[in-house]
Design a protein around this ligand. Sequence first.
Ligand code: AMP
Length: 134
Amino acid sequence: MSSIFSKIVKGEIPSYKIAETKDFYAFLDINPLAKGHTLVIPKKEVDYLFDLKDDEYAGLQLFAKKVALAIKEVIPCTRIGVAVIGLEVPHAHIHLVPINGMGDLNFANPKLIIDAAEMKLISENIAKAFQNYL
Ligand code: AMP
């Protein structure tokens, strides 16, 4: 059975898309810790990040770097925090979270409720900024 993220990649489930290449896909986390909280995934369905082949892993990290730079252009923040959890969705993903302090990357924090119009706007703005990193 396809993972929920594979369904997103195939367009079977909607997402606030930020960027896509042949091998990778980035979209807003639906339960964000911060505005601009983004997930970066390989299109290939692998559960555990560290089971990716070296070239796949390196490619994903380089893609994540470009997405992080784009997020930083759009969302006022000190840094883009990076986290790998993977306890909920068995499809490898990297969390990119705009942060201003250490506590902002605590996944036990309450998630933000952002309406669809704002999520769409955030994703469109980051997607536009991403074009500078192609
Ligand atoms: P984890 O596997 O623990 O890293 O958590 C999975 C993350 O995926 C959580 O932050 C969820 O909010 C996020 N998530 C789950 N389903 C979706 C979805 N359909 N669209 C965007 N993000 C999602």
